[in-house]
Design a protein around this ligand. Structure first.
Ligand SMILES: [Zn+2]
Length: 190
């Protein structure tokens, strides 16, 4: 049995580290157009952090995301040790999507042919863990991932006030100052 509170403690620690780092953040990257991020929007939507500049948000979200991945893989290995035991299947996450792939990189779904009219599924077994078993495991792993994602989000939500207060104190003045400088630069004022 995995200790459920370990994840929450780790989340709290990572928020605390982020809060400690926040005063040192400088909006140096604001001028550059940031690439479209595949991690932050999922969290920003859930937490209502859409107004945060991407730099600090990204720092928080990626540390939370890496804890989530770690926790997910730990749980997945504990729940389905047979999947990866012989190296036949690999369980991993790709941008918040649970993947179960065979050694040749093919997705588990590729092994499952469409339902035939007789109502049976034609299966290609790969060694000791069948594709059907792996596919069933994935259904449960998807559930596990969402439950972990939801607990991460709700843990962060509990600290929302602290986070927003810190952003108001350390981030907003710097963003404002930078915006003022840009205006002065563009308008030739100052
Ligand atoms: Zn990001």
């Amino acid at each position: 049995m995995l200790r459920p509170y370990r994840f929450e403690r780790e989340l709290d620690r990572s928020v605390a580290q982020w809060l400690a780092w926040l005063p040192r953040w400088e909006p140096g990257s604001l001028r550059r157009r940031s690439e479209v991020c595949t991690v932050c929007p999922r969290y920003a939507d859930e937490l209502g952090f859409d107004d945060l500049p991407h730099g600090p948000l990204h720092a928080l979200v990626t540390s939370v995301e890496s804890l989530l991945i770690e926790q997910f893989l730990r749980n997945a290995a504990a729940r389905f040790p047979e999947l990866e035991r012989d190296g036949e299947w690999k369980v991993w996450l790709e941008r918040g999507v649970v993947r179960v792939t065979a050694t040749d990189g093919r997705d588990v779904d590729d092994f499952l042919d469409q339902f035939d009219p007789m109502g049976t599924v034609s299966i290609q077994a790969t060694g000791t863990v069948t594709a059907v078993h792996a596919a069933q495991a994935r259904v449960e792993l998807v559930r596990l991932y969402y439950s972990l994602f939801n607990s991460a989000v709700s843990r962060l939500h509990g600290q929302r006030t602290v986070v927003l207060r810190a952003v108001g104190a350390y981030i907003e003045p710097k963003v404002q100052r930078m915006a003022d400088e840009l205006v002065a630069e563009v308008c030739g004022a100052a």
